[in-house]
Design a protein around this ligand. Structure first.
Ligand code: ATP
Length: 309
């Protein structure tokens, strides 16, 4: 007798979106990718991937902006599953279901979180048993932000942003996110950056930043929050200047664009302050949605695994 669909082997993995507390951008390298020095922090806005054993690899997507996410071989979750299958030689397939909370093309690494969650989910589902560093190698093949979505927490990224070193960071920070219903294509933001800054200095992180992370004080960390891509994002979508202004008017400790935008995040002193900042930014009417999150949080992890039951 064949198993009922809801008793098929299934794994549920959750992976976080990220913000770039600091993003310093240099010139493109020989591979065409810009050299970065960035600090990623994983925040409490999550993508959920449920993986069920199947004959081939398919995906369905629901949640925030699901209608603009491809469901063919371009989907990063499908690419992740196929890469793992190819590299391990498994004959298994998977039915993936992605629930999106991270805005699409928002500069928060939502697609990267889906890819990282899928690698872990399929590894558990298929019993391919890769070590974390083997998964991280596959993750780097899928995209510069994918390895960080596996590890989460707070990390320094160099190279294309994919060479990660964990950062010692104490405490929990309260972040307010202003998201948009529209996205900014990352290549266009980098192209505009090249026009605005034709000869950028090699990217480096400011002295004192790592001490501020270890110290854990949001007020100290605020001095370092910055993004070299912010001007390019604003040049492409001038209304982002109004979002940044709204955070200033709200009294945020610091604010900038995450990744290549258009999500803008602000740092608050504590939960009550975050609620005040969020209310003020919401009232300004400059964002599609205003969300409160905390960071750091852990990377991709299995919530539920029912293999073979
Ligand atoms: P990053 O910060 O890593 O540059 P982002 O958050 O700005 O990424 P994503 O939402 O990760 O952007 O991905 C944007 C592009 O990837 C879109 O063009 C989208 O169509 C495509 N894409 C492919 N798979 C996915 C997925 N599972 N979720 C979201 N976007 C996806």
């Amino acid at each position: 007798m064949s198993a009922a669909p809801d008793s098929a082997p299934r794994v549920h993995v959750r992976a976080p979106g990220k913000i770039n507390l600091v993003l310093r951008c240099g010139a493109p390298g020989e591979d065409g990718y810009h050299r970065l020095a960035t600090v990623f922090q994983a925040v409490s806005l999550y993508e959920d991937v449920v993986a069920e054993l199947a004959d081939d690899v398919t995906v369905t997507v629901t949640g925030r902006q699901a209608d603009v996410v491809p469901t063919d071989g371009e989907n990063l979750a499908v690419r992740a599953a196929r890469l793992l299958a190819d590299s391990t030689g498994t004959a298994e397939g998977v039915r993936l279901h992605v629930t999106k909370n991270v805005p699409v093309s928002g500069g928060m690494g939502g697609g990267s979180a889906d890819a990282a969650a899928t690698l872990l989910a399929c590894d558990l589902l298929w019993g391919t048993g890769l070590a974390r560093d083997e998964l991280a190698e596959l993750a780097a093949e899928l995209g510069a932000d994918v390895p960080f979505a596996l590890t989460g927490q707070t990390a320094v990224g160099t190279g294309r942003g994919d060479v990660l070193a964990p950062a010692l960071a104490r405490g929990t920070h309260h972040w307010v996110l202003a998201t948009q219903s529209w996205g900014l294509p990352t290549p266009e933001v980098y192209a505009r950056f090249d026009e605005l800054r034709p000869d950028p200095a090699p990217p480096r992180l400011e002295d004192g930043l790592m001490a501020a992370l270890v110290g854990g004080s949001s007020a100290d960390l605020a001095d370092y929050v910055a993004n070299d891509l912010a001007d390019a994002a604003v040049a492409l979508r001038p209304e982002l200047a109004g979002v940044l202004d709204a955070f200033d008017a709200a009294g945020a400790l610091a604010r900038t664009v995450s990744g290549s935008g258009p999500t803008v995040f602000g740092l608050a002193a504590d939960l009550a302050d975050a609620q005040d900042v969020a209310a003020s930014v919401r009232d300004a009417g400059v964002a599609d949605d205003v969300l409160l999150v905390t960071g750091p949080v852990s990377g991709a992890r299995a919530l539920e695994s029912m293999r073979g039951v």
